[in-house]
Structures are given as structure tokens and as C-alpha cells.
Write a protein that binds this ligand. Structure first.
Ligand code: NAI
Ligand code: NAD
Ligand code: ISE
Length: 337
């Protein structure tokens, strides 16, 4: 059976996901797309070399009788609306991160899904599908470094556009760590503080960059995450776990080592599309398989909600400078495996 997909948002990642669902993965076909930039959507389909119906409004994609499942890859503030519409239509939906702009918005999605009575939402948290993160988790789970005590992490992008503001370092960028570090440590956040070092001259008036986010978890693990989105030199994701008996570090992406001109060097990637290319393939193949089988198993609406509860506390901490509590309610039984 072929799962017929509708894609809302044909920008950078929308095009990447259309390409992989059409040319790389098995069991799906993109039959409809929409973007507020309709000409851009048509040009994207032509570039990728597929034919699909182009709608001016994402809600028409959701309602189309030809569409079995949705990919929401439009701008962050539009995710909640389209995910709620997909649930109302009873169609599985893969929604890029963040699930919504606040915990309150995510909660509306969680409540709608529970009311529907069956999981329909997978959030685009791809790092748990990354082979490096999986290897790191295995080391921790097997007890090879003893109990984790501290994590030192960095999320660095080479540059961001003028439209990217201080809050987006949390809601658009740190949101990946907010999810993956819960998954990695099997723990939840207790409190958070945000501190601002001296700003880089490469930033602009509406973005304080870099930022350092400091967490304490319920088990007492201390986590520091540097977010630096104008780091200039590359796209660089770091995660080091300090345990009682040793230290485990996220592997670097493989790259050829060069000896040339009296230098020993390896290249650093510059784009998230390349850094997590395999993880995106695996997460979407899982969504296609699970949606076809009628049982979603990937990052859930509850995971999206949990990350956004922490994100809300981070946003508060950016403003207050104080240590802010992170108060995640008990997970409903609906989300137990
Ligand atoms: P983008 O700006 O390239 O694309 C967004 C697209 O959404 C644009 O084409 C825009 O015209 C369209 N759009 C906005 N409002 C719309 C509406 N109401 N109806 C239809 N189309 C609409 O942004 P990008 O980088 O592709 O990001 C899109 C989403 O993907 C974001 O939510 C972002 O957080 C997420 N993302 C996830 C990544 C990951 O690693 N999982 C990586 C990059 C982005
Ligand atoms: P983008 O701006 O390149 O693309 C978004 C597209 O969505 C645009 O073409 C825009 O016109 C369209 N769009 C916006 N609102 C829409 C709506 N209501 N209906 C239909 N289309 C709409 O952004 P992007 O980089 O592709 O990011 C898209 C989403 O993917 C974001 O939510 C982002 O957070 C997420 N993302 C996640 C990762 C990841 O690593 N998981 C990477 C990139 C992007
Ligand atoms: C982008 O939307 C992503 O999700 C990337 O993975 C992240 O590194 C980047 O900071 C975001 O803007």
C-alpha cells in the first residue's frame, strides 16, 4: 500500500522531506502540497521532479480525500493549527518541531489526540533516530560510564537570518536538546537558568547570541547547553556526558582526515540538512511505516508538550535572569507504551 502524503510548507525542510519521501524512502507518495508562496511551491515540485496538486491553503490539503497523512513543515507559529486540523480529520500527522509555540498550544494538541482516542501525531524530533545519539545512549544505558552526573552540550549554527530573534534560540533551536536530553538521560528537567555572555559582533539588535542554558534535572544531573547561532565556522552539535566512571561523547560525523600544507585537518559540516540527513530518512520512514500500520511509535505529542513546558521556563528565565522551575505534569496513561 502507498501512503498518500500532503505537505504543508515547501520551504527548506519541506523540500527536503518531499525529496526524501519521493526519491529515497519506500511506501509513500506526495500527492498534494501547499505554501503561502504558491509559486514557490510549484517551483519546488518542478525542481524535485514530481507532480502533485498545489493548494493555496493548508486546510484544503488536510481535507483533501486524496490525502492519507500530513507533513507539517511550515513556519513554527502555524504548526498547532494544522496539527489540530489533521487530528480533527482523523489523519496521521508528522509535525516539524516545535509542536506549538507554547506548552498551552501543545496541551491543546495532546487533549485533542486523547479525545480522538488514538495516537495521530509524530513530532519531528530526529535526533533520537541519529546513529551517534543512539550509540551514546547505549553506552549510558549499559552503565559503561556509571550514573551520568553532568552534560556539556553545544548547538551551533554558522549564521541565522535577521528574522531570528532571542526567543527563537529556545523555541526553534534549543528545542532539539530539550527533547533529546530527556530521551538520553531518561530524566525530566527541574529548573533552568539562562545567562548571556558577551554578544558576538555578528548578531543584530533583536538577537542576544550566544546564550548559555543551565538545567538541573529531577535526578540532580547538571546540564549546560551553549546556543551560538552566529558561530561562523560551521554547524556543530556537541554532547558530552560525564559519568561516575568515565566520559562519553557524541561521535563527530565521519570526515576524511587530510595532511596538506603543513596542516592536519578534517572538514566540519555547515548545514543541518547534511548533519542529520540519515536521521531524517529514518524518522520519516518510521512515520510512513507506522502510519500505514495504523500505530504511531515515534516522538509523541506528549514529547512535544514536555519540550515546550521546558521551553516556556527557558523563555521566562531569559527575561528574569533567575532560576525558574520546570513543572511537567504526570504523563497521561494514553502515552505509556
Ligand atoms: P522555511 O522558511 O524555509 O520554510 C517555511 C515555509 O513555510 C516557507 O516556505 C513559508 O512560505 C511557508 N509558510 C509559512 N506560513 C505558511 C502557511 N500559513 N501556509 C503555508 N505555508 C506557509 O523554514 P524551514 O527552515 O523549512 O523551517 C520550517 C519548519 O521546519 C520550521 O518549523 C522549523 O522549525 C523546522 N525545521 C526543522 C528542522 C529539523 O532539523 N527538524 C530543520 C529546519 C527547520
Ligand atoms: P522554511 O521557512 O524554509 O520553510 C517553511 C515553509 O512553510 C515556507 O515555504 C513557508 O512559505 C511555508 N509555510 C509557512 N506557513 C505555512 C502554512 N500555514 N501553510 C503552508 N505552508 C506554510 O522553514 P524550514 O527551515 O523548512 O523549517 C520548517 C519547519 O521545520 C520549522 O518548523 C522548523 O522548526 C522545522 N525544521 C526542523 C528541523 C529539524 O532539524 N528537525 C530542521 C529544519 C526545520
Ligand atoms: C532549525 O530550524 C533546525 O531545526 C536545526 O536543526 C537547528 O540547528 C536550527 O537552529 C534551527 O533554526
Amino acid at each position: 500500500m502507498t501512503l498518500k502524503l500532503g505537505v504543508i510548507g515547501t520551504g527548506a525542510i519541506g523540500q527536503e522531506h518531499i525529496r526524501r519521501c519521493s526519491k529515497v524512502l519506500q511506501g509513500a507518495q506526495v500527492v498534494a502540497v501547499s505554501d503561502i508562496n504558491v509559486e514557490g511551491a510549484k517551483a519546488a515540485l518542478a525542481r524535485i521532479g514530481i507532480e502533485a496538486e498545489v493548494f493555496a491553503n493548508g486546510h484544503d490539503v488536510v481535507k483533501s480525500p486524496n490525502v492519507d497523512a500530513l507533513l507539517v513543515t511550515s513556519w513554527d507559529p502555524t504548526h498547532e493549527e494544522f496539527t489540530l486540523a489533521a487530528i480533527e480529520a482523523g489523519k496521521p500527522v508528522f509535525c516539524e518541531k516545535p509542536l506549538a509555540m507554547s506548552a498551552e498550544g501543545c496541551r491543546r494538541i495532546v487533549d485533542a489526540e486523547i479525545k480522538f482516542g488514538k495516537r495521530l501525531v509524530q513530532v519531528g524530533f530526529m535526533r533520537p533516530y541519529d546513529s551517534g545519539y543512539r550509540a551514546l545512549k547505549e553506552v549510558i544505558t549499559k552503565g559503561e560510564i556509571g550514573e551520568p552526573l553532568m552534560l556539556h552540550c553545544a548547538h551551533r549554527n554558522p549564521t541565522v537570518p535577521e528574522s531570528y530573534t532571542t526567543d527563537m534560540a529556545i523555541t526553534n533551536t534549543l528545542i532539539h536538546e530539550l527533547d533529546v536530553l530527556r530521551w538520553l538521560t531518561e530524566d525530566d528537567y527541574k529548573s533552568v537558568q539562562v545567562v548571556f555572555p558577551r554578544s558576538t559582533s555578528k548578531t543584530h539588535a533583536k538577537l542576544r547570541d550566544p546564550q548559555v542554558v543551565l538545567f538541573e534535572t529531577r535526578k540532580g544531573i547538571r546540564i549546560d547547553v551553549e546556543i551560538f547561532v552566529n558561530c561562523a565556522y560551521g554547524y556543530d552539535i556537541q554532547c558530552e556526558v560525564v559519568g561516575e566512571e568515565g566520559i562519553a561523547k557524541l561521535p563527530e560525523p565521519s570526515a576524511v582526515q587530510m595532511r596538506k600544507d603543513a596542516k592536519l585537518s578534517t572538514s566540519i559540516l555547515t548545514d543541518w540538512k547534511d548533519r542529520f540527513i540519515d536521521a531524517y530518512d529514518v524518522e520519516l520512514q518510521a512515520f510512513i511505516n507506522d502510519a500505514t500500520a495504523g500505530k504511531l511509535t515515534g516522538p509523541s505529542a506528549w514529547d512535544g508538550y514536555a519540550a515546550s513546558v521546558a521551553a516556556d521556563a527557558c523563555l521566562k528565565a531569559q527575561e528574569s535572569g533567575a532560576i525558574e522551575p520546570v513543572e511537567l505534569p504526570q504523563r497521561p496513561a494514553f502515552y505509556n507504551n
